[in-house]
Write a protein that binds this ligand. Sequence first.
Ligand code: SF4
Length: 258
Amino acid sequence: MIEAGEEGGTARVRASVTDFVNVMGYCEHKLDLIARDVQVPQPEAVRRGGEAHVMEEERDARDVAERIVRGELVPATEEAIADPAAAIEIERESVYTTYESPVAVAGRTAHVRLVGRADKVCRVGGALRVVDNKFASNPSRYEGRDGPFLDQRLQVLTYLNSSFSPDQSRSESLDIPHERKEWSVQIHDAATREPAVTFVGTQDERDLALLASHLARFAGIALGWVEPAHHDNPRKCRPCQYVGVCEFALRGEPAAKG
Ligand code: SF4
């Protein structure tokens, strides 16, 4: 879902967090296809990832219950959530997020609203931590990396800087007092669901600048104020779900660097 336009003299962009990171972390030409709701079959990897998430939810619920029994966590009651010293984990997939902010782009201002649902939100040692789980068919592509891919980093940063709600209508707010913000991207082997790599970081100024610049560009492209850029990499087009319908799809080999 991506909607953009002028309302009452204010330029507004509304989208899901998933679509925002799919565009800014993978390919800017996806924006127009998503906004026009061009229908394509769901990639197999996405379907399998959805199934793995459901199984992870069940495993995680058992794990949290066991840690509460061992005294490592307290149940996430209203009282415990309000106590900044309490270690808590909110039930998986039950925190709805809303990011809202004005952004400056192309000498103008747009109002951006991104809605999503975090995989997991917890408080560890006074830090508000957002955890996102990814299920990779080829976990070896993470070997040697010192951080998550751009789309994964943008996703956790967007959640971390959103307001939270325990209900999908977002009528109630969920405030979790904290001293700092941390993100965690946990990569699992899609075949076994076993953890493969975990990236953890404390949000800093560079993270905020990264998020701000990508939000501004996203709004600019959605509103037609900025032209989308092409990644010029056929290796990204080949597995893209839009490759069969996209006029910008590249089907050759990547150009040799010289
Ligand atoms: S086919 Fe290529 S250019 Fe088109 S949306 Fe997909 S990745 Fe982007």
